[in-house]
Write a protein that binds this ligand. Structure first.
Ligand SMILES: C[S@@+](CC[C@H](N)C(=O)[O-])C[C@H]1O[C@@H](n2cnc3c(N)ncnc32)[C@H](O)[C@@H]1O
Length: 285
């Protein structure tokens, strides 16, 4: 196990001692993700992502970004070095492996990510979906949303190079545009099993996006909110939601399980069940 994931493994171990276990498939997925151990096939998939990371870290290229406020901190020029975008915004290796473990454990059919950026988090999620399918599991699909067209184009190239077809019929589909426009378009026809909210890091924005997604979550779905550490704006959104259903504070991520009462161990693929515990931001539950 690389030294870079050891602190996270220890931290997650301590956090698991102090909190109730998540129920059902989400709980299994969290246990698996917290081990951060890989089979040889998983290690090979993760090694390919590590190679992409090394390339991005020293890339001399630039990319045009779109400033959506939070999550793109400071008064920055719209053209930035890819290496800097990677350093500031991409999911790090240990958390990437955690996301990978969640998607391996949950075996989701439908995964949604808000905030593609360079496609690094998407690469971990897509790699897990590919392995799940190769082992006879569901042919999982990832939809990832990004507001900066140039970042979306770069991400598409990275994911294709890692062996994931990108497009309407591919393992990954990238929706380009502000979340406020793309999310309502993609959310409705699906029953999402795993949602990773990693863009527009403001509490009200996160609550609004979750309001849009909530009716389209599968029973037992897992929602991962990024940036919920004390002092971070999204923590307020996590605190508003965490007592409404099973939840787990994983340090950087807040995990929320969407399940109908009495059905906490239910299958993840059923269409959205009626008695959602994940409330609207207006406080209904
Ligand atoms: C922290 S990065 C995402 C990192 C990525 N999920 C990963 O795991 O590597 C956030 C991304 O969300 C995008 N973003 C932020 N607010 C947005 C909005 N309101 N609409 C669309 N995209 C947005 C930014 O352009 C940025 O690329």
């Amino acid at each position: 196990m690389p030294a870079s994931v050891l602190p996270l493994r220890l931290g997650l171990g301590l956090l698991r001692v102090g909190q109730p276990a998540l129920p059902g498939p989400a709980g299994d997925a969290l246990r698996r993700a917290s081990r951060l151990r890989l089979t040889p096939a998983e290690a090979s998939a993760e090694a390919a992502i590590d190679a992409l990371r090394r390339e991005l870290r020293r890339s001399p290229a630039t990319v045009e970004v779109v400033d959506y406020g939070a999550g793109t901190r400071g008064d920055k020029p719209p053209v930035r070095r890819v290496a800097e975008v990677y350093r500031r915004a991409a999911t790090g290796p240990a958390w990437g492996r955690f996301l990978f473990g969640l998607a391996r454990g949950l075996r989701p059919r439908r995964v949604l990510e808000l905030g593609t950026n360079l496609g690094v988090g998407a690469a971990h999620l897509a790699a897990a979906l590919a392995l799940n399918e190769a082992e006879g599991g569901p042919a999982g699909r990832l939809v990832t949303l990004e507001g900066a067209p140039a970042l979306a184009a770069l991400a598409a190239g990275h994911l294709e190079r890692l062996g994931h077809r990108v497009g309407d019929d591919g393992r990954v589909r990238i929706g380009v545009g502000p979340f406020a426009e793309t999310l309502p378009e993609v959310a409705a026809p699906e029953a999402w099993d795993l949602v990773f909210v990693d863009g527009h890091h403001q509490a009200d924005a996160a609550l609004g996006y979750l309001d849009t997604i909530r009716p389209h979550l599968a029973g037992g779905a897992l929602v991962v909110l990024d940036d919920v550490e004390p002092g971070r704006p999204v923590r307020r959104a996590y605190r508003a939601l965490r007592d409404r259903g099973p939840s787990f504070y994983a340090g950087k991520y807040g995990l929320l399980v969407h399940a109908a009462p009495g059905d906490l161990g239910g299958a993840t693929t059923a269409a959205a069940r009626v008695s959602a515990l994940l409330p609207t931001s207006a406080g209904a539950a």
